[in-house]
Design a protein around this ligand. Sequence first.
Ligand code: SF4
Ligand code: SF4
Length: 136
Amino acid sequence: MITRKLFFRFPKSEIEKPIVYHLVKDYDLIINIFRARVTDNKEGYMVLDVTGEEESIERGVEFVRAFGVAIDPINKGVRWIEDRCTHCTNCIAHCPTNALHIDDRKTMRVTFTEELCVECLNCLSNCPYGACTSAF
Ligand code: SF4
Ligand code: SF4
């Protein structure tokens, strides 16, 4: 079993289809939705963890793509923009999962481990330099 974090962008026509239901029922996947939103122009966005056999995930992803859903491998909800980070460490105390953390106490440089991020968005309002951003 593996877990993949995915970012779905639904076109207007597909936002009411029970796509997640089918991923669970037909592809035997465990879904953990971190965040979902329908924008003013009726596009849908969803950030989710998908757990299951690798082959089932691949088949599930193909099923989702067939609905015209874009799966963005880069933009996965919260992004940490390293170039903007001044390593002020302000975010560390506000990150509940240690996704933003310091590896080396000598350098005190902050790093981001995307797999640990649960999309709580705390860091967005606690980063004075806009280094943490979100599509939501
Ligand atoms: S969104 Fe939450 S869990 Fe993710 S890095 Fe920011 S504070 Fe940490
Ligand atoms: S608060 Fe922003 S600038 Fe400061 S360490 Fe965290 S991500 Fe970097």
